[in-house]
Design a protein around this ligand. Structure first.
Ligand SMILES: *Cc1c(COP(=O)(O)O)cnc(C)c1O
Length: 464
């Protein structure tokens, strides 16, 4: 492909993007497709001879858009959002045309330096102390794994990487029962093991935060049993119902016990740009050693973009840095972010943050989140008025409810809502009961989009 042809197709791709987004409201959020349908439309073997771009494009239009679940659909109320503000898409287009690999400062000077500045912009935006730094990762799972590995190395005197873990005793990590499964997987991969991830009860409504008394007791019992406490993972905005820990209380335990403290705020961290929210939910955040949140969820930076803030990055660098001869750089002191993370290769993720934060400003982003929180509250009230049981009240923009009938009826309700296609929700479990989970967070949704959910849910549950 020559560059003149590239430019022509680039224009068509940009036009497709605008048309696709403008037409999203007319599409079902989740497509009506059967497993295997898409694969059956693709050739069984790669072509021996190249094809015309026209043919590739026509097949793209025919096969792909109608078989996608539309995460940017304004009536997407499932999971958590994976937002992509238009301006962040433009930045990603520019990144993809320059296609740099940003493992070292010298492989990408401006990307490395912009990453440092964007992490600092976000540090200020969410009210973390001066002096913290951080790194942009692909996912919260990777950041949490990095933090758990750091806990592990710190707890075994920085010898685990060299000696392995066989002589280290049982390294223990503590977390609320409301934590995300990425904490379990981090413990699997770090060689700590599921049985050494101690899950603690929550204190119940309204925060469903971890019971700090139970936490302190579990650590004491482990020490008495000869185990090696390594660290604590705190939760701000759990995936199921939005649970959030009292960080000041958890931080006090971590300080007394000398344990590394990581906070998983993958979803809710974005909302901490609102001072009134962080004053409530993030009191004590400065007691953490590591904090992760995903600007690719609620904030609007296109997937993938997960920021890990670190009080003292050297501990993570001591855990993860490896510098074979071919990666050594000479000359001035520079930051090589691949020494802070598990993968060597890195994307240029800072550009979309720079575009996003400049275009909307923090006030523009705060206004969206405050709307989402308010509209989720309105939907919750309206469903209650329709006789639905609200199982967990809104935490930020997430709540859970039940319609009439047993657990199986709740699943049937979710399936019927999603087959209808006007909105998309997911199910969850709370206190042993099946619930319908509802969150508001799509970047450009309107109040009408959100309130339509009430009509759809009421109509479909009446029909069942
Ligand atoms: C989404 C989420 C994760 C996982 O995020 P990834 O970036 O997909 O790894 C972890 N914790 C919480 C609380 C989440 O909401």
């Amino acid at each position: 492909m020559d560059w003149e042809e590239f430019a022509r197709w680039g224009e068509r791709a940009a036009q497709f993007g605008a048309d696709y987004h403008e037409g999203l409201r007319d599409r079902p959020v989740r497509p009506d497709v059967t497993p295997g349908e898409a694969a059956a439309l693709l050739a069984d073997a790669p072509p021996e001879v190249g094809e015309a771009m026209e043919a590739i494009w026509a097949d793209f239009l025919d096969i792909v858009p109608k078989r996608l679940t539309h995460w940017q659909h304004p009536r997407f109320f499932a999971y958590f959002p994976a937002n992509a503000a238009p301006v962040s898409m433009l930045a990603e287009m520019l990144v993809s045309v320059m296609a740099p690999q940003c493992m070292l400062w010298q492989t990408s000077p401006v990307a490395t330096e912009m990453e440092g500045v964007m992490v600092d912009w976000l540090r200020q935006a969410v009210g973390l102390p001066e002096g913290w730094s951080g790194v942009i990762q692909d996912s919260a799972s990777s950041a949490t794994l990095s933090a758990v590995l750091t806990m592990r190395e710190r707890a075994c005197d920085w010898s685990g990487n060299r000696e392995g873990l066989s002589a280290k005793g049982a390294l223990r990590v503590y977390v609320s029962e409301q934590a995300h499964s990425s904490v379990d997987r981090a413990c699997w991969v770090a060689g700590i093991g599921q049985d050494n991830l101690v899950k603690l009860p929550s204190v119940g409504a309204p925060t469903f935060g971890v019971d700090a008394v139970a936490l302190r007791r579990a650590i004491a019992e482990d020490r008495a049993a000869g185990h090696v406490p390594a660290g604590i993972v705190a939760v701000t905005g759990g995936t199921g119902i939005g649970a959030w820990d009292d960080l000041a209380a958890v931080g006090a335990v971590a300080a007394e016990e000398g344990l590394y403290l990581h906070c998983d705020a993958a979803w809710a961290g974005s909302a901490m740009i609102c001072p009134e929210i962080r004053d409530e939910m993030w009191r004590g955040i400065e007691t953490c050693d590591s904090v992760v949140f995903n600007p690719h969820k609620w904030l609007g930076a296109q997937f993938d973009c997960s920021v890990q803030f670190l009080k003292d990055p050297q501990q993570q660098v001591d855990t993860l840095k490896i510098a074979p001869e071919y990666l050594k750089t000479s000359g001035a002191e520079v930051v090589n972010y691949s020494e802070w993370t598990i993968p060597l290769g890195r994307r240029f993720r800072a550009l979309k943050l720079w575009f996003l934060l400049r275009y909307y400003g923090l006030e523009g982003l705060r206004a969206r989140m405050r709307n989402h929180v308010a509209w989720a509250g309105e939907v919750c009230c309206a469903l209650r008025d329709h006789g639905f049981e609200i199982v967990t009240e809104p935490i930020l923009s997430l709540f859970t409810f039940r319609g009439p009938g047993d657990d199986a009826a709740q699943q049937r309700l979710v399936d019927a809502i999603n087959a209808d296609g006007r909105i998309y929700v997911t199910q969850g479990m709370h206190a042993g009961r099946r619930v319908v989970r509802f969150q508001v967070g799509q970047f450009d949704c309107t109040r009408d989009d959100v309130m339509m959910a009430v009509d759809v849910i009421a109509e479909i549950s009446g029909r069942q």
